[in-house]
Design a protein around this ligand. Structure first.
Ligand code: ZN
Length: 74
């Protein structure tokens, strides 16, 4: 997932230089990293839950990227 253009990865590539630009634009709470976007961001978490409810998927949200990879369709 290091290929995703998250703000943290853009900083590692010296594309973003300011720490003030690293905050997640969705929740404006934490650094935008892969783990934050897929596991901890309150905004994406609500979107995931809405998606799962719409399609009636009995899924527990992942708490790490490793768990995300282990998720299997029911
Ligand atoms: Zn966020």
């Amino acid at each position: 997932m290091e290929g995703l253009p998250t703000k943290n990865n853009l900083r590692l590539r010296n594309i973003i230089l300011s720490n003030s630009q690293l905050i997640c634009p969705l929740c404006e709470f934490d650094l935008e990293t892969e783990v934050h976007l897929f596991c901890w961001c309150k905004v994406t978490d609500s979107l995931w839950k809405r998606w799962w409810r719409t399609f009636q998927c009995p899924v527990v949200p992942p708490n790490s990227l490793g768990n995300l990879y282990l998720m299997k369709p029911v």
